[in-house]
Ligand binder design. Structure first.
Ligand code: GDP
Ligand code: MG
Length: 375
């Protein structure tokens, strides 16, 4: 239930706004036509006026328009297997970005300021004809924030643990995040190239945190890796693919696309560039798309690694950079493809309206780790 304005109240109750304003004034509230009145005040005025007011949940246009798209179940027969989406989690400096760099054969780490990952990266690679998508986040915050928005883009978490450091506080946090998200965990025991590292100590740390390595009789695959020498990376990818096979991730490429925005920004000369990941359906150039308070028509799609490589379409589990949004959607916002640009505009505008109202009334709810996990 969003707070309503004086005008909206008077229209709904069928009384002149001046009367509403007078009652408010008697209560010591100086208000204007567009002032927001909260639930308590609304009830008070209704009582004064003797009107029977039913406080309803604000029916959002978006819910009506999107429900049919969002909730449409795919027929079993339409489902085909899709690549798994992998997220690297772990303590800072344990090698998440280096491992991904090595896997896709580029060097981002040495260009990072202070060695801290600034942007979300997302790529799809092919291993022996099978595709895997990777998402590298600046920290757990991005992962948690996306989950807080109901965006579970990750199928499998690769927990990166540096062999010299072992399990650290952020490793433990990462474990609980992955467990809360109910995604399987594969451990990359990294930096095994360093001389004199005590692998058993790191394995012990994992065990005491509920991740018993399979070589110790548990059910967690621990792969020994080095992002420097490349050792263990093949095995890591194979392990991830094996876990993916067990889970049989599926999607229906023959429906309008839906997915999640990973990040977006305004770029000079290009307009809004949004990094998105398609989670179901197929996204095509020209599609009408709505994402949070943003909407538009997909103008072009680009490879996330090769900036000049354009695509006409992107299927399930594929990250792409998309242009065509009017404004930059927020990270973690879901996107949907619609038939009608007018509908997309209505949804986006109604969302920014209610967003503005909520912000004005100071009712913005912040999701914290506590509210997220203590449900
Ligand atoms: P992130 O914070 O988890 O993304 O960690 P980075 O990938 O930025 O790596 C942190 C530092 O550890 C960098 O200086 C890397 O060169 C180094 N590093 C990463 N992986 C390895 C590895 O397997 N062996 C060694 N010796 N150093 C590594
Ligand atoms: Mg990093």
């Amino acid at each position: 239930q969003l707070p309503c304005t004086v005008r909206e109240f008077s229209e709904a109750a069928g009384v002149p706004a001046s009367q509403v304003l007078r009652i408010l004034m008697e209560e010591g509230v100086m208000a204007t036509m567009n002032a927001l009145i909260d639930d308590d005040l609304t009830e008070l005025i209704a009582a004064e006026l003797g009107v029977n007011l039913e406080l309803k949940e604000a029916v959002s246009v978006e819910d009506e328009l999107l429900a049919s798209i969002r909730d449409r179940q795919d027929d079993e027969a339409d489902l085909v297997s899709r690549p798994p989406v992998i997220t690297f989690l772990g303590h800072v400096d344990h090698g998440k970005t280096s491992l991904l760099d090595r896997i896709i054969d580029i060097d981002v780490v040495s260009g990072e300021s202070g060695g801290i990952t600034q942007h979300i990266r997302a790529y799809t690679i092919e291993k022996d004809g099978r595709r895997i998508s990777f998402v590298d986040t600046p920290g757990h915050e991005a992962f948690t924030e996306m989950r807080a928005r109901g965006a579970n883009v990750t199928d499998i978490a690769v927990l990166v643990v540096a062999a010299d450091d072992g399990v650290m506080p952020q490793t433990e946090e990462a474990i609980s995040h992955a467990q809360a998200a109910e995604v399987p965990i594969v451990v990359a025991l990294n930096k095994t190239d360093l001389p004199g590292v005590d692998l058993n100590r790191a394995m012990q740390g994992l065990s005491t945190n509920g991740l018993l390595p399979s070589e110790w009789g548990g059910d967690v695959e621990v792969v020994k890796t080095s992002a420097i020498t490349g050792d263990g990376l093949d095995e890591l990818l194979d392990t991830v693919l094996t876990v993916a096979e067990l889970h049989e991730y599926k999607a229906n490429p023959n429906r309008q696309a839906m997915g999640t925005c990973l990040e977006a920004q305004q770029e000079p000369g290009r307009g809004v560039v949004a990094k998105i990941i398609v989670q179901n359906g197929t996204l095509r150039v020209g599609d009408v798309i709505v994402c949070g308070q943003s909407y538009g028509r997909v103008k072009a799609m680009y490879d996330t690694l090769l900036p000049n490589q354009r695509y006409e379409e992107a299927g399930p589990s594929t990250p792409v950079n998309v242009t065509g949004f009017d404004t930059a959607p927020g990270a973690g916002e879901h996107f949907y493809v619609l038939d009608d640009i007018a509908d997309a505009r209505t949804i986006a505008e109604s969302r920014s309206d209610s967003h503005r109202k909520t912000a004005l009334s100071g009712g913005v709810q912040h999701v914290t780790l506590e509210t997220l996990f203590d449900r």
